[in-house]
Design a protein around this ligand. Structure first.
Ligand code: ADP
Length: 400
C-alpha cells in the first residue's frame, strides 16, 4: 500500500487501533478479525460509534473464512470483506474501490439475523472479559496483601535480632563501666558471641531479601563449577544439627553419596537444599523424620526432601513457590526458623525455585493435602541437569 502512495499506520491490537484511528483520522481501515482483547467485529462497531469515523469504510481482512464469517463482519458494520492471503496485484484496486464508496451488503433478513449473532458475540466477549478481570483483580488483591504482610514479616524478622543486639550492647557497656575484676573476659566474650549471632541472623535476612530481588529481576549470578552434592548435603546437615536435636527430628540421607558431580553454582544449590530441609523441619512436629534422597534421572540428578509433617493443601501447591507466599496468618508468625510452624518471610521456596530455574532445572512438590493430625507429609523434588565443564565455563558468571 505504501508503494501505491498510501500512508499506512499499523496497530498491533484493537485498543491501539482505536487510538491510532482517533489520532490519524484515516480514509480507510483494514480490520483483522482475530485480535487480542476485542475482536475485529466488536472493534468495527466501536470505531463506527466515533463521530469522525462514522463514514470511514472499514474492510475486514481476515484468514477466518469459516461459515458466516463474512456475513458477521458485514453485519458488524464492515463495508467489505477480503480474505487473506491477499492477492498482491489486485489488492490496491480492491482498496481503491472501497475508497470510492463500494459497499458489500447483505439482504435485510440476513443482516438482522447476523446483527443479532454479532450482539450475542459481543456480550459473550464481555462476559469472558469480566471473568478475566475478576480473576486478575483477585490475584492483584492477594499480591497486594502478600506484599503488606511481607513488610510486617520482614520488619519482624529484623526487629527481633536488632533488639537483641541493642540489649547486648547495653550489657557490654555496663561491663565496661564496671570494675575490671568483676567482669571476666569470658563473660564479655560470651556477650560478643551472642551479639555476632544476632548480626548474622540479620545478615541472613537481608541476604534472603537481596536474593529474591535478584531472582525477580532475573539477575541471579551463577558462579558455575563442579559441584559435589554429597558435600552440600553434609554441610546442610551440619548447619541444622542443633535444631534437629532440639526438635527431636531425624534426618535420613539416602542415595546421595553415589551421585555424580554436576556443574552448577554450589553455594546457590546448597541454599536451595537448605531451604527445603529447613521447611521440612518447620512443618514437621517434634519426633518426625526428614529424608533427603538422591538418584540419577535422565541427564540430571533428582533430589527429594521428604518430611512427615502437616502436608500442603493441593490447591496451594503451585502458589507456595511465589514470592511472599506464606500460608496461614501473619499474626501467628514467630520469627523462629526452627520452631514447629515458625514463620518465615515466604521467600524460602521462591529462592529455591529461582536457583533451580537459573540452572535450567525443575522444582516441584507432592503432598496429598494438609492434615495436622494424620501428618501426610510433603516431598519436594529438585531436578538439576548434570551439565558439562564446557557449559559451566561458557555460562559461568555470565547469567545477568
Ligand atoms: P516461609 O518462609 O513462609 O516458610 P517458603 O517460601 O519457604 O516461606 O514456603 C511458603 C509456604 O509453603 C510456607 O508458608 C508453608 O505454608 C508452605 N510449605 C513450605 N514447605 C512446606 C513443608 N515442607 N510442609 C508444609 N508446608 C510447607
Amino acid at each position: 500500500m505504501e508503494n501505491h502512495g498510501y500512508d499506512v499506520f499499523v496497530a498491533s491490537d484493537g485498543l491501539e487501533g482505536v487510538d491510532i484511528a482517533r489520532q490519524t483520522n484515516p480514509h480507510l481501515i483494514l480490520m483483522d478479525i482475530n485480535l487480542p482483547y476485542l475482536d475485529g467485529r466488536a472493534l468495527t462497531t466501536r470505531l463506527q460509534s466515533l463521530p469522525h469515523l462514522k463514514e470511514t469504510p472499514i474492510v475486514a481482512l481476515t484468514a477466518d473464512i469459516s461459515d458466516g464469517s463474512r456475513e458477521l463482519a458485514l453485519a458488524a458494520g464492515c463495508s467489505g470483506y477480503l480474505s487473506k492471503p491477499v492477492d498482491v496485484d489486485k489488492f490496491p484496486d480492491q482498496i481503491d474501490s472501497f475508497l470510492q464508496g463500494k459497499v458489500q451488503q447483505l439482504d435485510e433478513k440476513d443482516h438482522s439475523r447476523h446483527l443479532r449473532r454479532h450482539a450475542e458475540n459481543i456480550v459473550e466477549q464481555l462476559e469472558a472479559k469480566i471473568l478475566e478481570l475478576e480473576y486478575a483483580n483477585k490475584l492483584l488483591y492477594r499480591l497486594d496483601r502478600m506484599k503488606s504482610d511481607f513488610i510486617v514479616l520482614a520488619s519482624h524478622e529484623l526487629y527481633t535480632p536488632l533488639t537483641l543486639v541493642s540489649g547486648y550492647s547495653n550489657l557490654m557497656d555496663e561491663h565496661l563501666r564496671q570494675d575490671d575484676e568483676q567482669v571476666s573476659l569470658e563473660q564479655t566474650r560470651e556477650v560478643a558471641n551472642l551479639m555476632s549471632a544476632s548480626v548474622e541472623r540479620m545478615q541472613a535476612v537481608v541476604q534472603e531479601i537481596m536474593n529474591v530481588a535478584r531472582i525477580a529481576a532475573g539477575r541471579l549470578e551463577l558462579s558455575k563449577g563442579p559441584v559435589q552434592i554429597p558435600h552440600l548435603v553434609r554441610s546442610v546437615r551440619k548447619a541444622l544439627k542443633d535444631i534437629l536435636k532440639q526438635r527431636n527430628l531425624t534426618l535420613e540421607v539416602e542415595g546421595i553419596e553415589t551421585l555424580p558431580i554436576i556443574f552448577g553454582d554450589g553455594s546457590h544449590i546448597r541454599t536451595a537444599i537448605y531451604n527445603l530441609v529447613e521447611n521440612g523441619i518447620k512443618y514437621t512436629p517434634n519426633g518426625g523424620i526428614i529424608s533427603i534422597c538422591g538418584k540419577v534421572s535422565g541427564a540430571g540428578v533428582e533430589l527429594s526432601v521428604r518430611d512427615t509433617g502437616i502436608g500442603i493443601p493441593q490447591e496451594e501447591q503451585k502458589q507456595i513457590f511465589n514470592q511472599f507466599y506464606t500460608l496461614g496468618n501473619v499474626d501467628n508468625h514467630s520469627s523462629s526458623k526452627s520452631a514447629f510452624e515458625g514463620g518465615g518471610m515466604g521467600l524460602g521456596l521462591t529462592i529455591a525455585s529461582g536457583i533451580v530455574e537459573a540452572h535450567n532445572g525443575r522444582i516441584w512438590v507432592e503432598s496429598s493435602g494438609e492434615d495436622r493430625d494424620a501428618l501426610p507429609g510433603s516431598t519436594f523434588y529438585i531436578w538439576l541437569p548434570i551439565g558439562s565443564a564446557d557449559e559451566a565455563e561458557s555460562q559461568g558468571n555470565s547469567r545477568q
